[in-house]
Design a protein around this ligand. Structure first.
Ligand SMILES: Cc1cc2nc3c(=O)[nH]c(=O)nc-3n(C[C@H](O)[C@H](O)[C@H](O)COP(=O)(O)OP(=O)(O)OC[C@H]3O[C@@H](n4cnc5c(N)ncnc54)[C@H](O)[C@@H]3O)c2cc1C
Length: 266
C-alpha cells in the first residue's frame, strides 16, 4: 500500500509527488497521458517564474522527470472508481486497483455535465469502464459512447469478449430505463440495448468519488486543500480559478503537506 496516491500528472499532481518524495513518502501518480494535461497544450508559458518562454510540453516533461527521478511511481491509466474504505482508499483504473492511505485529486478542469439518464442508471447498465464491467454484458447488446482517444480500443475489446457492440461518436445522448438501461437515443435515433459504456477522458469529481462536495463544478477545499472526505485532498484547476500553472504547483505542495500531516495523525 502506498502512503499517497495522486490522480493526475499535470503540474498540481507532479508538484505534490515531488514534495511527497522529499518527505520520504511512497507515492504513485495515476494519470491519462501527459499530453492530456492542459500544460502540455500550452505553446508558450510566459508567466512561470524563472522559465520565461518555455513551452508547455517542455515544462511538463521536466516536471515529470523531476518527480519520477525522485522515486514517484507513474502509472498511465484512466481512473474510473475511487472508494474510501476506513483508513484505506482504493483507486481503480482499467481492471487494476491501487490502495493508499491518502489521496490527492489533481485532475485538472473536468467536464461536469452528464447525459440525461446517466447518473440515475450508473451501475444499472451504465458503466465507465469496459475492462472492468465488460464480462457482465457478454452476449448482450451494448452501446459505447466513444469520447476518449482509447475508446475505440475499449469498444473493440468488448466485441472480442462477445458483446454486440454499437459505437457512437456523439454527445447528443439520452439514456432510457427505469431500474436498468433499456435503450439509448443518439442523435434522435433510439437504439435498444442493455448496457451503455461512456468512455470519456475524465470523469466528474462527484461521480468519481461519491459524496465529494463540489461547487460550480470545482472540488470544494479549504486553505489546506482538504476536501470534505478525511484523507482526500485536491489541488490545481480542479479546485477552481485561476487556471494557472503557478497556482496548480502551489496547491499541489499545500495538499501534499496536509496529506503528510494526515498520515502522521490519521
Ligand atoms: C492552451 C493553453 C495554454 C495555457 N497557457 C498557460 C500559461 O501561459 N500560463 C499558465 O500559468 N497556465 C497556462 N495554462 C493553464 C495551465 O496549463 C493549467 O492551469 C495547468 O495545467 C493546471 O494543472 P493541473 O495539474 O491542475 O491540471 P492538468 O494540467 O489539466 O492535469 C490534469 C491531468 O489529470 C488527468 N486526469 C483527469 N481525470 C483523470 C482520470 N479520471 N484518470 C486519470 N487521469 C485523469 C488529465 O487527463 C490531465 O492529464 C494554459 C492552458 C492551456 C490549455
Amino acid at each position: 500500500m502506498f502512503d499517497i496516491v495522486i490522480v493526475g500528472s499535470g503540474p498540481a499532481g507532479l508538484s505534490a509527488a515531488i514534495t511527497a518524495r522529499m518527505r520520504e513518502k511512497s507515492v504513485v501518480v495515476i494519470s491519462n497521458s501527459r499530453t492530456d494535461s492542459g500544460l502540455a497544450k500550452a505553446q508558450e508559458v510566459g508567466n512561470y517564474p524563472g522559465l520565461p518562454g518555455i513551452s508547455g510540453a517542455e515544462l511538463s516533461g521536466k516536471m515529470l522527470m523531476h518527480a519520477t527521478g525522485m522515486g514517484a511511481e507513474l502509472i498511465t491509466g484512466r481512473v474510473t472508481t475511487i472508494l474510501p474504505m476506513g483508513k484505506e482508499i482504493s483507486v481503480g483504473y482499467g481492471a487494476e486497483i491501487v490502495t493508499a492511505k491518502s489521496l490527492i485529486l489533481a485532475t485538472g478542469v473536468i467536464q461536469t455535465s452528464v447525459f440525461p439518464g446517466e447518473a440515475a442508471l450508473l451501475g444499472s447498465g451504465v458503466s465507465y469502464c469496459a475492462t472492468c464491467d465488460g464480462m457482465l454484458y457478454r452476449g448482450k447488446k451494448v452501446c459505447v459512447v466513444c469520447l476518449s482517444p482509447d475508446a475505440d480500443e475499449e469498444a473493440d475489446f468488448l466485441a472480442t469478449i462477445g458483446c454486440d457492440v454499437t459505437k457512437l461518436k456523439t454527445k447528443n445522448i439520452i439514456i432510457h430505463g427505469e431500474s436498468r438501461v433499456t435503450s439509448i437515443t443518439a442523435d434522435g435515433a433510439e437504439i435498444p440495448c442493455e448496457g451503455v459504456f461512456i468512455l470519456r477522458q475524465t470523469i466528474a469529481p462527484g461521480t468519481l468519488l461519491p459524496g465529494l462536495e463540489t461547487e460550480k463544478g470545482h472540488i470544494r477545499v479549504d486553505r489546506a486543500m482538504k476536501t470534505n472526505i478525511p484523507g482526500v485532498f485536491a489541488a490545481g484547476d480542479c479546485t477552481g480559478t485561476p487556471y494557472q500553472v503557478a497556482k496548480a504547483t502551489g496547491e499541489g505542495q499545500v495538499a501534499v503537506l496536509s496529506a503528510v500531516e494526515y498520515l502522521a495523525h490519521p
